[in-house]
Design a protein around this ligand. Structure first.
Ligand SMILES: Nc1ncnc2c1ncn2[C@@H]1O[C@H](COP(=O)(O)OP(=O)(O)OP(=O)(O)O)[C@@H](O)[C@H]1O
Length: 267
């Protein structure tokens, strides 16, 4: 095959590849309230998508819907073209730090191994491949030297890295991160941002909720603005309209907060 023909074949194969994560017309009702109303989101392998919106916009609910952790009133969620429970079980999830039981007496390695429970099965023993996946994930987040330390003795930044390793131990093609930078210092944020960027470059579809708007505009390859529904998605350059952000956050388009992140209404 000539080089040109090979490029065409590769492009054709990529064209037929299913979207890594495809959420369509999602409606979620919690406590009698419509929390998500017709939310659409498509994420491809290689995307590092920042999911942005005000408190209560439904960001966590959207991530938890993908995992099947909240009941969906209507709409569809597909992972690599499949909506089965097994397909969703392969999605890596990093919950907010306070959701993990840090006082449970287990080591870093065991906490990371617990990320593979869905794959191993509750009653089966871990195998060589499980331990290899754990070791790779622990190395990847730079916790090799702390792998035997009880998780209760870790700092906030180290705990966040455990949660990321725990998700990576599944070797996911889709990785969901719920506010991974909250309370972290700059070096740890930088380390994790570098890691998420690398994972996307390797073909993982990375979705991250964050309140660090400037950081998301700088680091993410795509942005989705959410407030009960997805108001816009695009590259950071494509979603710079201050009116859009004002609508998403229900603030004035002249807000100094928008100016602070470089979005300015023309005078
Ligand atoms: N289990 C629940 N029962 C009832 N209402 C809920 C439940 N979980 C979340 N909600 C409501 O759903 C809405 C969306 O919550 P969600 O946590 O998804 O928002 P968020 O965008 O992640 O917010 P934040 O930025 O504050 O984390 C909120 O109004 C919240 O009160």
């Amino acid at each position: 095959m000539t080089a040109a023909a090979e490029r065409v074949a590769v492009a054709a194969a990529a064209g037929t590849q299913a979207t890594a994560l495809d959420v369509r017309d999602l409606h979620v009702v919690l406590g009698g309230r419509l929390v998500l109303q017709g939310a659409d989101l498509q994420v491809h392998g290689g995307d590092f998508l920042g999911l942005i919106g005000p408190n209560g916009a439904g960001k966590t609910t959207l991530l938890r819907s993908v995992l099947g952790l909240v009941p969906v009133a209507s709409g569809t969620v597909q992972v690599a073209g499949r909506s089965s429970r097994a397909a969703r079980a392969g999605v890596g999830y990093v919950p907010q730090r306070h959701e993990f039981a840090w006082d449970f007496p287990i080591s870093v390695e065991d906490a990371v191994l617990s990320g593979r429970t869905r794959r191993i099965g509750l009653l089966r023993r871990a195998r060589v491949d499980d331990y290899r996946a754990v070791r790779d994930a622990v190395d990847r987040v730079g916790l090799t030297d702390l792998r035997r330390r009880p998780v209760g003795q870790l700092s906030g930044g180290q705990r966040q890295r455990v949660l990321v390793a725990r998700a990576l131990a599944l070797r996911p093609r889709v990785l969901l991160l719920d506010e991974p930078f909250t309370g972290l210092d700059m070096p740890t944020q930088e380390l994790l941002t570098g890691l998420f960027t690398e994972l996307a470059a390797e073909g993982v579809a990375v979705v991250m909720t964050t309140h660090d708007l400037a950081g998301a505009l700088y680091s993410c390859t795509r942005i989705a603005l959410l407030n009960r529904t997805v108001l816009a998605t695009g590259t950071p350059a494509e979603v710079r309209d201050p009116d859009l952000w004002a609508r998403a956050f229900q603030i004035s388009p002249h807000s100094p907060l928008l100016r602070a992140i470089g979005l300015e209404v023309p005078a």
